[in-house]
Design a protein around this ligand. Structure first.
Ligand code: DCS
Length: 284
């Protein structure tokens, strides 16, 4: 499989990540995941913008321009020959010896870029029936707005939900629902759409940007206000969003039905509008 390694497209067997790479040793790096639909990198600009915001927040200067990175990602997709895919890319703070907590001098230690691309298809089967989730205490750090490769908090939360027989974790901090393990989280109550406001407790999702636009276009009232786990259990509908999951209905949490225990009508309207938006971008 072809991968991007700094400024080269190489076969994955040629990649040499140093043992002292700070991404490998500390999780000292940032990442993005872009969905490609029929050859179109969906919301690419927004993803690249967020990568630069994440870099700034961890005080790392990216050693390439957005244009150069975009060109490399498109080249990777072309050489991989994948039209429907997800491209994962990350930048670590690079290889510093010996291992020290201190940030190395970027003049001596360049960041390391890696990207890989995998086939991806739309999760239509799951979207039709919805998924079951479990509440998990949100014990992550207080920089959840940074799309960091340090994902242990997210992984432990998802594993806790899975150990309890659920497919997803709905994270709760001080009784308020923040998001899911790798998605933003929404509820619908009396036709009003709610989601946790952006800030340091959640990732500002790119899909969330599109949902805002769709809600406005469909005349759905959107309140970016935190809601409690109890309010969520009393909701009419619930769904999660991410570049990969798109809009994914959540029909039960902790074995309690949300609404009638089926994907809700507002959720389905938003999903339909999202796919229409994707198709319009692809055809443009
Ligand atoms: C913690 C968290 N919240 C929200 C989101 C949704 O963000 P986007 O709408 O920008 O995708 C993600 C994306 N997680 C990516 C998406 O796919 N795999 C990931 O790790 C995430 O990891």
């Amino acid at each position: 499989m072809k991968v991007l390694w700094n400024d080269q497209i190489v076969d994955e067997s040629e990649v040499k990540i140093d043992l002292e790479d700070r991404g490998y040793q500390f999780g000292d790096g940032i990442y993005e995941v872009i969905r490609i639909y029929d050859g179109y990198m969906y919301m690419e600009k927004e993803h690249l913008d967020r990568l630069w915001v994440s870099a700034e927040k961890i005080r790392m200067t990216l050693p390439f321009t957005k244009e150069a990175l975009s060109e490399r990602l498109h080249q990777l997709a072309k050489e991989a020959g994948l039209e429907n895919a997800r491209v994962y890319f990350q930048v670590t703070r690079g290889t510093a010896k010996p291992r020290l907590h201190d940030f190395p001098d970027p003049k001596e230690v360049p960041p390391v870029l890696m990207a890989d691309i995998q086939p991806a298809s739309r999760p239509t089967a799951k979207q039709t029936i919805g998924i079951r989730a479990g509440f998990v205490e949100d014990k992550r750090w207080l920089h959840c707005d940074i799309k960091s490769i340090s994902l242990l908090g997210n992984l432990l939360a998802l594993d806790e939900a899975k150990q309890n027989g659920y497919e997803e974790a709905v994270l709760v901090r001080d009784n308020y629902v923040t998001e899911a393990s790798a998605s933003n989280l929404w509820m619908v109550k009396n036709e009003v759409l709610y989601t946790h406001p952006d800030g340091n407790l959640i990732l500002p999702g790119i899909t969330k940007i599109k949902i805002r636009e769709i809600a406005k276009a469909l005349g759905i009232e959107l309140k970016e206000e935190a809601f409690t786990d109890k309010e969520l259990l009393a909701a009419d509908e619930c769904f999660k969003t991410s570049s990969v999951a798109e809009i994914m209905p959540i029909i039960e949490i902790d074995n309690q039905k949300i609404g009638d225990g089926m994907p809700g009508k507002v959720t389905k309207k938003i999903l339909h509008a999202y796919i229409e938006a994707v198709n319009l971008s692809v055809q443009a």
